[in-house]
Design a protein around this ligand. Sequence first.
Ligand code: ZN
Length: 49
Amino acid sequence: METYHFTCPDCRREFTVTEPMREATLENGCPVCGGPVTRTHFAVDTPSA
Ligand SMILES: [Zn+2]
């Protein structure tokens, strides 16, 4: 499954998230600080294996 690298614009925490987690984060905000996030805060992770 494709994963995304999320960097919170507010608390600067970084996570690797899956597509459903990305959708949930876009709806509910950052899981750490609750700050609003947009699609621009996600970068596609390309596995280097
Ligand atoms: Zn945050």
